[in-house]
Design a protein. Sequence first.
Length: 164
Amino acid sequence: MKEEKEIIVTWSRASSILPAMVGHTIAIHNGKEHIPIYITNPMVGRKLGEFVPTRHFTSYESARKDTKSLLDEIRWRYYEETVMILNLMPYRASYPILKLVYSAAANAAHYRDFDKASLFITKAEVSRSTIMKKFRPRARGRSYSIKKTMCHITIVLNIVKKSK
């Protein structure tokens, strides 16, 4: 019977990866949850926190509910499938989300040498941001307030091998 190694849980994202860590699985905390990362030789000498590809888009000028419906469509899908879906969506929020997914995948491919075909969107969430208030002049010297809601978008990618 093959003996499996335990997953090591850590909150330290600033720790350097040593050659002795190769072959172990370390669960790194990303602020909300622990994400397991399998340590390989190309990772030696880098920091633990670099290996959870995350991309944030702050203060996007759109309502949360409009953006959330799009993110629900792309969550738990492969990168290529997500790009195809977002290209065909007729909504205003689809283009900024598409740019965000492109950027996250490009960062994962460039900095971490991940294959774009094996990238999988594990988390796509939207959170509340500030409300921008503008005032429009109205009759008799009065003003009317316009409230524009904003939101923060977070995309987290992981590597998953495709099963055929």
